[in-house]
Design a protein. Structure first.
Length: 553
């Protein structure tokens, strides 16, 4: 951090703690629940937590909050680790699991029971919920609140031993049923779950809830600053209460910041899982998904995601960020990195009638602003492909692409003139007959000749590589698909979110790209090679257009 003014409020708190001597080493943590894959909403959190550790020369723990065996899977653990590694974050030896603390957490629960600060409740969960009251009505005590310490210890021991069925009993903290904070009205801290845990097997049949696990896991690991999103602000009194009542040797500080919300996007893992399970998308790494895996497959880069997270900043007020802002940062990054190539997605055949040679190889820059990257060879021949939207028989005013009798420049090649249009029986244009001006090679304009305004991309028909191009749009048509009480978010799925074009052609200079190799297909946008791509069947995903076309809709 260069100046005090540049620090966000969390950095200011940490800096103050260091200056006062409260902490000598900063320890943060990123605690995902392994019940799904990370998405762009998590990116703000993990960039912040790992970034704080780097900035203050501390450490960031990766801790999996694996306390619900019904929803968690080792597949998600491996995937989350892969995503964070791809993003460039390194937790070193600081990989932890909340499930490793189960014995310690059980001991803390017993400690609360012995202090008459927790009790076993055998009411159905729905009835417990009803007795909690509301924001305007205080809660009512459950009969179990009057249990003696000995009875609670006996029941809790028997819960662990597996004597009771799922849902038969819970352990609750004994705090204040009239508290204005609903989270303090004797919250549940343990429940019965007779399910096999992905790491603990069948050793346990009772599992701690997040609000109990979170502060104690932080404490066990010596976390100094527990940075989480704003919805946990009302849970902070419980976080502090547990640490205070248990008189723990250290007391981490919970600090909340506004979570990331993006328009036209769903951030709920439950909803994303629904899309996957109902096959409304093609898995967690579908490039339309906001998951890190989906963004990666679409062609997003760690640099772009980090720059986006840094740019939106850290505040205490929730807001919705435009998806176009995220797209801006991937354009900015790929504009500097992506080599250029030409691709035709809707081909019309062009015959250059006065071209006599078999072929010639023209030279073009790999990147217009980076001469150090060198040049690429582009074949030119008698038969070419251009995009259908670069020709118009009845052009509107100020149309500078190809027209009957009109002239246009082929990028990195020659000026051509169209003098014949060939159509099929349905009246569709299938071929153009043109001539080329040999003196206009590679951008030259002969003396006395007017410079042509229009420039279009093209590929040589005999040399072009056939490829599949996948064009992606926003997954939802509504800017807030999950914000409608009376309408399911799936009602706003965009039927045009994916367009697959199998008859596209790309110039041969790209060779056989590796998965995730990026290109700027000139005038079309930024693309990357998909994992489905093979040497004989290239597949490209459009990452983003060259400009924000959505804003014009």
């Amino acid at each position: 951090m260069d100046t005090e003014r540049s620090k966000n409020f969390i950095e200011q708190i940490i800096q103050s703690d260091i200056d006062s001597g409260k902490h000598q080493k900063v320890i943060t943590r990123f605690p995902p629940e392994p019940n799904g894959y990370l998405h762009i909403g998590h990116a703000k959190s993990f960039c912040l937590n790992f970034g704080l550790a780097v900035s203050f020369k501390g450490q960031c723990h990766l801790r999996f909050d694996d306390t619900n065996p019904l929803t968690e899977d080792s597949e998600f653990i491996d995937g989350i680790k892969q995503d964070l590694s791809w993003m460039g974050f390194d937790w070193g030896n600081n990989l932890f699991f909340a499930s490793d603390y189960f014995e310690a957490l059980y001991g803390f629960a017993v400690q609360l029971i012995k202090a008459d600060k927790a009790y076993v409740d055998d009411l159905p969960v729905e009835e417990i919920r009803n007795l909690r009251g509301s924001l305007t009505k205080p809660g009512q005590a459950s009969p179990g609140r009057a249990n003696c310490v000995e009875k609670n210890l006996d029941l809790f021991t028997r819960m662990r031993a597996g004597e009771f069925s799922d849902g038969a009993m819970v352990l609750r903290a004994k705090i204040d049923m009239s508290s204005p904070n609903m989270n303090m009205r004797d919250p549940l801290i343990y429940r019965i779950r007779k399910a096999t845990h992905h790491r603990q097997g069948d050793k346990w049949c009772i599992y701690p809830l997040y609000d109990f696990t979170h502060p104690l896991s932080d404490m066990i690991e010596g976390v100094t600053h527990s940075v989480c999103t704003l919805e946990f602000a009302d849970h902070r009194p419980l976080y502090d209460w547990l640490l205070d009542e248990l008189k723990t040797p250290c007391h981490p500080q919970q600090i909340e910041f506004a979570r990331l919300n993006i328009d036209y996007t769903i951030m709920s893992k439950r909803n994303l899982l629904e899309l996957v399970n109902e096959k409304l998308v093609n898995g967690w790494d579908d490039p339309r998904m906001p998951t890190i895996k989906g963004l990666r497959r679409r062609g997003y880069t760690p640099t772009a995601i980090k720059n986006f997270a840094e740019a939106i900043g850290v505040t205490k007020k929730d807001s919705i960020i435009a998806l176009s802002t995220l797209e801006h940062y991937i354009r900015e990054d790929l504009n500097e990195k992506a080599p250029r190539a030409m691709c035709v997605v809707d081909p019309i055949k062009v015959v250059i009638e006065n071209y006599e040679a078999e072929e010639e190889w023209l030279e073009a820059k790999i990147h217009p602003k980076k001469p150090e990257l060198g040049t690429r060879k582009i074949p030119f021949s008698k038969e070419l492909y251009i995009d259908a939207n670069d020709f118009n028989e009845n052009p509107p005013p100020k149309y500078f692409r190809l027209t009957p009798g009109g002239r246009v420049r082929l990028r990195n090649a020659y000026v051509i003139e169209c003098h014949k249009v060939i159509k099929n029986d349905q009246g569709q244009v299938i071929e153009l007959r043109c001539t080329y001006d040999v003196e206009t090679k590679s951008g030259k304009t002969p003396e006395g000749q007017k410079k042509v305004k229009g420039i279009i991309h093209w590929v040589s028909k005999p040399h072009a590589l056939n490829c599949e191009v996948r064009i992606y749009d926003r997954l939802f048509t509504d800017p807030n698909p999950g914000g409608h009480k009376d309408t399911n978010f799936k009602e706003f799925l965009n039927p045009d979110s994916l367009t697959i074009i199998k008859s596209a052609y790309v110039e041969p200079s790209i060779g056989t790209p590796k998965t995730e190799d990026h290109f700027q297909f000139e005038r079309l946008g930024y693309f990357c090679a998909d994992k489905d791509s093979t040497e004989n069947a290239l597949v490209f995903n459009r990452t983003v257009t060259l400009k924000d076309t959505w804003a014009k809709k």
